[in-house]
Design a protein around this ligand. Structure first.
Ligand SMILES: [Mg+2]
Length: 331
């Protein structure tokens, strides 16, 4: 019998999707960044994200407030990925019981500061005992503004792939934390991601954007999700990837390959979208004018293959899967 280590996280999700029934009010079920549900006249977006000690975070080198911020931001980023407006969160916490009340309260303060920037409030949750360490689960509830949202499905042949901000900073920050190296900017990128909520809403309001996802598992893996949704190919151009001076310097000093980190490093929580090639320059200019945040064309959509390639070549390492590495989006 196949176990999760053989089939991978995404193989298991595909398997679950086949046995879980749907209803007509479920507009999008399993397989996108959020579920999209019809409630009366409105389309409600719901997403959940777990954050587990020694899997997603370690206590060393970070504060409980950092942990809370990151757990909340990661979940809100899924609402951003569909261009929605987050409204409420439910937060559940499991812990071993020997943590101080102040420590746990600080986690909640971190979550609250990440949420309050978008007017999001915590409306409930659960607390329970864990056999080991802290487990945080955040459920975000939001709305598709005017009934519009962007799916992972929708990229067209000839579209270009565009990414917001910079990549690779989070995984370099994790490297710094793990090795006890001081590098404030990259550790900040790892612990304090900014969910691109307003940027996602802006992109969603533009017809020339056809599909979108947030980069949580790494560019290759997440581009693979866009590819798989439409059974097309994504060609990534690493020479175009937006590298920051801090990442370049850190990688040079510690023998790391910045391109590898930008292609496969997770948790940058930037947006990756497929855009009409004819209008993309104008769209990017208007986007920059609005947000002062860079966007970069880093690839293109093709029907010459399915899945992700890097300059036409199959990459050797995909990105983050909780159970195994796999060829991203190939089918
Ligand atoms: Mg996501």
């Amino acid at each position: 019998m196949r176990c999760l280590n053989d089939m991978g996280e995404f193989g298991f999700i595909d398997r679950l999707a086949r046995i879980i029934p749907s209803t007509p009010t479920v507009i999008e079920g399993i397989g996108d960044d959020c579920a999209v549900l019809r409630v009366g006249e409105r389309l409600v977006l719901v997403s959940t994200d777990m954050f587990i000690e020694d899997v997603h975070f370690r206590r060393e080198g970070v504060s409980p407030r950092d942990i809370g911020w990151k757990a909340a931001s990661a979940c809100l980023s899924d609402i951003a990925a569909m261009g929605g407006a987050p409204m409420y969160c439910l937060t559940s916490l499991a812990c071993s019981g020997d943590e101080t009340a102040v420590f746990l309260e600080e986690i909640y303060r971190g979550m609250l500061s990440a949420m309050s920037r978008f007017g999001v409030v915590i409306v409930g949750g659960d607390t329970t005992r864990s056999s080991r360490g802290i487990i945080i689960d955040v459920i975000a509830v939001g709305e598709a503004i005017g009934g519009h949202f962007l799916r992972r499905r929708g990229a067209k042949v000839g579209d270009v792939l565009v990414v917001t901000g910079a990549l690779g900073g989070s995984s370099a920050g994790l490297h710094a934390l793990t090795h006890g190296i001081s590098c404030e900017e990259l550790v900040q990128a790892h612990m304090y991601p900014n969910p691109r909520i307003l940027e996602g809403q802006w992109l969603c309001a533009h017809d020339s954007i056809h599909a979108m996802i947030d980069i949580s598992d790494g560019l290759c893996q997440d581009a693979g999700h866009l590819a798989k949704a439409v059974r097309l190919g994504m060609d990534l151009h690493p020479e175009r990837l937006p590298v920051t001076p801090a990442l370049e310097k850190y990688c040079a000093e510690h023998g790391l390959d910045p391109v590898h980190l930008m292609l496969t490093g997770g948790e940058d929580y930037e947006l990756l979208f497929a855009a009409d090639a004819k209008t993309v320059e104008k769209t990017m200019e208007a986007f920059h004018h609005e947000f002062r945040l860079p966007t970069t064309v880093i690839g293109a959509v093709t029907d010459e293959w399915t899945g992700v390639r890097v300059n036409g070549q199959v990459p050797s390492l995909g990105g983050f899967d909780h159970f195994k590495p796999q060829d991203p989006g190939a089918s």
